[in-house]
Design a protein around this ligand. Sequence first.
Ligand code: ADP
Ligand code: MG
Length: 461
Amino acid sequence: MTNQQLWQAIIGDLEVSLSKANFNTWFKNTGIIEKAEDYIVVGVPSNFTRDWISDKYHATMLKALKSIAPEVKVIKYYVGHFKAENATQPSLMDSAANTPPQEEQKQQENLNPGQKSTSPTKTGGLNPQYTFDTFVVGQNSELAYAASTAVAKSPGSQYNPLFIYGGVGLGKTHLMHAVGNQIQKSDPNLKILYVTSEKFTNDYVAALGQKRMDSFKALYRNVDMLLVDDIQFIAGKEQTQEVFFHTFNELRDKGKQIILTADRLPKDIPAIEQRLVSRFEWGMVADISAPNLETRIAILQTKLGKKGVEVSKEITEFIAENVVNNIRELEGALNKLLIYQQIENKPLTLDQAKNILASIVSAKKKAVTLSKIAESVANFYSITMEDLLKQSRRKEYVKPRQTAMYLARKELGSSFPSIGEFFGGRDHTTVMHGVEKVEKAVTANDGIKQEMELILEKIYN
Ligand code: ADP
Ligand code: MG
């Protein structure tokens, strides 16, 4: 096993459990620089990284080390600069594919604080790996995919803006880049700009502070297409909303295509101006929900095909059956297996695969409790836990309460009386009634179904 393989195996669990941005922030440009009999020396780029990693992730890393190389008992850190060849890439298998240039850039800025960023990049922040070709369409993403291809065919005309919403890791960013990439390919001269809403906000704040509003406007209002990812983060930022409103109007008036993504419907974004909500709804609002089993299998197969690696059918199915809410995690689980397979240098058995993925699969199930569900539900509907539990029949409390009961029943299989007891000593028939009501609503109404998926995601992440 090379040092790099060992390092990948040690941080594999973390790669799966942390968000990509988070993982990259701490583990990019790290690696094992020395392996001795009973210790390894891990090189990290700064004191800050060392303190953070050793504080937060040391235990997880040691645990992984114990199962891979039991003779090694100690992890030491060395702060120094790394050459790219022994530095950790975000993912062993397809690092480039997973890291939007935006993140790369941020990362560079963090590492070289003195260096000024040059935005936008020549590619306008588009990730060339996120194309329509590499996107697997399932029932869950049919509408968003169709709308995206329509926009790619005739930008600025039919669906403007295109608003794609859905839970984390379901392909919103991927689709948005796919449109951009396709249009850029057909006309390399077009100016396409991809930003996250945080980047938009930061650029605005910086421009304001440095009295450079003109260049801010020049940057954002002279594009042929503007892609703003995770627009929900402009919630509560009044000034940013104001400038975004004007940017939006100007671009749209000029017939320039705008694509937005969010984790929820425009009207469900809290603390956002009504005039923005109504504009977001002007064009096309398309959802992406969690993929079903067949789609998950298809996605895994596509990824395997792309990498040119094979994994047995039963293992693919095992992953697809157990990693259900999030395509990013699906990829993460697959990557983790492939790292082990590469180390073993022969096909994994199903049992090995189960062992390797045990932490991902069972950690999720275990972590959820009734109070975790209740908390996530209260949070989602912006009410307090007290409101959720108290004896009020006001509509704005009853719906969340019944939703929490429904989810407790569905996710934990809790008995009706025990749910009733948790919710302020309510009778089990009240619980049954509530659960049934939500059950019916979920089958009858796709919007409610999506709402449940969004809440589930908050519960499990
Ligand atoms: P979101 O923006 O919704 O959080 P992303 O677009 O970042 O999700 O997708 C997460 C990861 O999953 C990316 O690596 C992306 O390429 C992959 N992915 C998501 N949906 C699909 C899909 N339908 N087919 C293939 N890969 C997908
Ligand atoms: Mg995204």
